[in-house]
Design a protein. Structure first.
Lengths: 757, 152
């Protein structure tokens, strides 16, 4: 039985199933952490049968694959079916995805393990033990979440195993039919064949395979891969070029009405009163509802008033005509300036939590002999909005004790839970349809919009209601990337060697807020997201200390593509450049000297630098190297400065993400990650004044446009290592790469984001 | 009731004349290929053609479209240039989340109708009103050039 997890031998046994017809018994006695069979059957189409929790096969040979992750542009509808198709030996075109039911086998274990605050070089027993326990707990929690660049990493074993197990059952069924040994059969292109020339299509075997005993199941070795490692076109592209892809905002259940909301402009404010007389007279308006009391809990998004109407335009016009009075609440006086001042005060007065310490703290504190040079610097990053192109929305229907929800969500489990809570029904009475996501970037991990839509739908007399936030709502009521303040102090000897390295930063804690909002967990303890990218850095400094002070500003915080790495990489990689300058060395040469124990990082850096070549006249190359979500990325940004305008012409992006499952999508994600980070580097800033977010739409929260977009030249390092994350790791290095180039061009060290000359 | 000509067909829309074309398409006619992004003509997700010109349908009232032809993403596969653009988008694998791509394709098609061989500067001018948060810009540029070759 324990062979199921022991994939290092590239085989596993479905123990206990070697008796004919005993499959269900066999599944029942598998270890509790098995991820092959769900409690609920796979929802296959008519004419199909399920061979395990992930794979169904139809009479026509169509393969149904359970899809536990959400497609938000990162390519999971292509990459995850590839894992099954590879081991099942079917063409990718034979596979269709079906939304996975809520079940523990679909929980995201890799993501939770990544949330542990251990140094990547740590090989100690504590890390191993805690990782094992978290893996077990994660299995029990069964959180179905798309985030943390973890989809392929998490699915790598279970989805290949599901494909291989199904294949073995089909082979066993064919072997029984022909009275031959399974070992003498082979598979390819959706058929089982025998050396004597007989062959049977999977579709013809599927029903018999359900009760076939698979015996020993073998996973392919990498040299046998036909799909994995080879660029595959995205399967969702055709529907995304003709307008037929269905996003959350596009669902049209019968009888649907639309809702627009007014939420308190002051964060955390509540409704004091509303005069809806004018709104109710407007065309198409059905109802005005104060849904606040129906919200089961504070979910980050605001209480407020909704207008339900026959079209969204009518709902929105009427919502603007509402006369709402607000209780501003305790944050009415909040400002960005006060928040940064609070960070500085806390850094002065608190020790914080030490995420990593190495060597002699006296040296870290600057008390070493032979100090020739001391470098101190303070860095800062603002709050950021996600600004996904599809504005926040959710469609819900509450009728006869049942709830139906259509949502572009990254968190189907939390979505069901919050819908049930708000509607006052059991989770089993909630039917969730996950649509395509018009961008997620972490915003759709939160389920505030689902709580709100269900709260409104409760008062819609059984009609489905589509709640759509305006772009202004979306920008002003986000869960923001935390603002942060970081201090660095380092000492160098006369040869430019770093003697001591000290870093302390302050910010709010995303995970404290998120797990309180979504699981009701009391906040406490360290939060890895605050210091990630600092404490787990790849550079070797014999004496170092990385600390963080959590300062909860009450601004709602959320996971934003690359999370803590998004700002911490800017701090660290800029400060490393400062140290190189202080040591009188080139930034690349200086980094190479710190990577002697990290050959993979060194290779990635060297690959990027070699491809970048020499900067043309009038431009400079800035370099950054950063590891996040298991993937190592080096970027070289080719930058020019005209007046106060920073222009990025080209970015070489080298990635080591382990085995490259689909190089086409990896390149897409590299391009995408760079551009997302560049928007933040050049423009991104959410500011707070009198308790309100000041930005509202793309004119005051600008993002990179086509005429400002550099060419991204991606290098994928060859690797046979376990696949790692790709949705986020290209985002963190671009801001410091650009800032380091600006320093070369102007001599100005920009220590605050966005970069402004 | 206002009569609109959409993709070559006259349709009746029961909406106030001030209603933006975007919402008449999406809510009155259930044509959801055209997307809402910003409501202020800042992002281009809602781009359609009005009398052959790319316009932002989120700020253009249906009253302005009476007696003129509206063309949407749903009709692009019947359009020689539009189809070439869609095919180039597939070949280059442009979309990621895909939400902005209807608008991108409408802008690109309008560009290639009047300019068979656009320069980088022409592409900048025609496409910089369309935001893509997934950052597919370099593939958009490549795909426009590819489509230009295909229709040459």
């Amino acid at each position: 039985m324990q062979g199921v997890k022991n994939t290092s031998r590239r085989r596993f046994l479905l123990g206990g199933v070697a008796v004919t017809g005993a499959l269900v018994v066999g599944w029942g006695v598998m270890p509790p952490r098995q991820r092959l069979n769900a409690a609920l059957p796979l929802p296959v189409h008519d004419g199909s049968v399920a061979l395990n929790g992930w794979v169904g096969i139809g009479k026509d040979g169509t393969v149904t694959v359970a899809m536990p992750r959400s497609e938000m542009g990162q390519g999971v509808y292509t990459a995850l079916p590839m894992l099954v198709a590879e081991e099942l030996d079917v063409p990718l075109s034979a596979v269709q995805v079906v939304q996975a039911p809520i079940d523990k086998i679909f929980g995201n274990i890799a993501m939770l393990k990544d949330g542990l605050p251990f140094h990547p070089d740590d090989t100690g027993r504590l890390k191993a033990t805690v990782s094992w326990i978290v893996g077990k707990v994660a299995r029990e929690l069964g959180l179905m979440i798309t985030g943390g660049s973890s989809s392929v990493k998490d699915a790598w074993e279970p989805m290949r195993e599901a494909g291989a197990a199904a294949r073995a059952m089909l082979v066993a069924a064919a072997a029984a039919e022909w009275s031959v040994r399974p070992e003498d059969c082979y598979t390819g292109n959706g058929f089982v064949a025998h050396a004597d020339g007989r062959r049977l299509a999977y579709g013809a075997l599927a029903e018999r395979a359900v009760t076939a005993a698979p015996g020993e199941v073998r996973l392919k070795s990498p040299e046998q891969f036909k799909l994995i490692g080879h660029p595959q076109p995205r399967r969702d592209t055709p529907s995304k070029v003709n307008g037929s892809a269905i996003f959350g905002i596009d669902v049209r259940p019968t009888g649907m009405l639309y809702a627009a909301v007014r939420m308190s402009p002051v964060i955390g404010g509540t409704v004091a009163g509303v005069n809806s007389a004018a709104a109710l007279k407007m065309p198409g308006v059905v109802k005005v509802v104060d849904y606040s009391s129906a919200l089961a809990e504070k979910t980050g998004a605001g209480a407020g008033v909704a207008v339900i109407a026959r079209s969204y335009w009518q709902a929105r016009q009427a919502a603007l005509a509402l006369d709402v009075q607000w209780h501003d609440g305790p944050l009415a006086g909040l400002s960005s300036a006060a928040i940064y001042a609070g960070f500085a005060h806390q850094l002065d007065s608190e020790d914080g939590y030490a995420y990593y310490k190495a060597g002699d703290m006296n040296v870290v504190e600057g008390k070493a002999a032979g100090v020739a040079n001391t470098v101190n610097a303070e860095y800062r990053a603002p709050y950021l909005a996600h600004a996904a192109m599809e504005p926040i929305n959710c469609t819900a229907q509450v009728k006869g004790g049942k709830v139906r929800v259509w949502a572009p969500t990254q968190s189907p489990g939390f979505a069901v839970d919050v819908a049930a809570k708000v509607a006052g029904v059991a989770a089993g009475d909630v039917e969730l349809h996950v649509t395509m996501l018009g961008g997620g970037f972490g915003r759709r991990l939160d389920v505030d919009m689902i709580a709100q839509a269900v709260a409104i739908a409760r008062q819609a007399d059984g009609h489905p209601v589509q709640l759509i936030w305006s772009r202004e709502d979306d920008t002003m009521h986000d869960v923001y990337r935390p603002a942060a303040l970081a201090r660095f102090s380092a000492t160098l000897d006369a040869q430019g060697n770093v003697l001591g390295y000290d870093n302390k930063s302050a910010s709010g804690a995303i995970s404290h807020q998120f797990f309180k909002r979504n699981l009701g967990l009391p906040p406490g303890g360290p939060d890895k997201t605050t210091a990630e990218g600092e404490f787990d850095m790849q550079y070797h400094f014999p004496n170092q200390r990385i600390r963080h002070v959590i300062v909860d500003s009450a601004v709602p915080l959320g996971y934003w593509r690359s999370v803590g790495h998004s700002h911490n990489a800017f701090f660290k990689e800029s400060f490393i450049d400062e140290l190189a300058h202080a040591a009188g060395k080139d930034g690349v040469a200086f980094r190479r000297g710190l990577l002697l124990q990290h050959p993979r990082h060194l290779a990635v850096l060297n690959a990027a630098v070699a491809k970048a070549g020499k900067a043309p006249a009038g431009r400079a190359h800035g370099v950054a190297l950063h590891q996040s979500f298991g993937t190592i990325v080096a970027q070289v940004a080719e930058v020019s400065v005209e007046g106060t305008e920073i222009r990025v012409h080209r970015v070489v992006c080298a990635v080591d993400c382990g085995l490259a499952v689909n190089p086409n999508i990896i390149a897409q994600q590299a391009e995408s990650g760079v551009l997302f980070g560049l928007s933040a580097a050049l423009f991104g800033e959410v500011t707070i004044r009198e308790g309100k977010v000041e930005q509202t739409n793309f004119h005051d929260y600008p993002v990179v446009r086509l005429n400002q977009a550099p060419e991204v030249d991606t290098i994928i390092m060859p690797s046979a290592a376990h696949p790692e994350g790709m949705g986020e790791p290209a985002t963190p290095p671009i801001a410091p790469a650009v800032a380091n180039a600006v320093f070369k061009l102007t001599g100005k060290r920009l220590r605050s984001l966005p970069l402004k000359l | 009731m206002i009569t609109l000509n959409i993709n070559g067909k006259d349709v009746q829309v029961d909406a106030d004349p001030s209603t933006p074309i975007l919402w008449a398409l999406r809510d009155n006619l259930n044509m959801t290929g055209t997307k809402f992004g910003c409501g202020m003509a800042l992002c281009g997700a809602c781009t359609v053609h009005l009398a052959g010109q790319p316009i932002r349908s989120c700020v253009t009232p249906i009253s302005a479209a009476e007696g003129q032809k509206i063309t949407t993403i749903e009709a692009m596969e019947n359009d020689k240039v539009g189809k070439a653009v869609q095919e180039a988008w597939v070949k280059i694998d442009v979309p990621q989340c895909g939400y902005c791509q209807s608008g991108q394709i409408m802008s690109a098609t309008a560009l290639l109708r009047t300019n068979k061989n656009p320069s980088d500067a022409d592409i900048d001018n025609a496409m910089s009103g369309n935001i893509c948060r997934c950052g597919t810009y370099q593939r958009i540029r490549t795909a426009i050039k590819d489509a230009a070759k295909a229709i040459a």
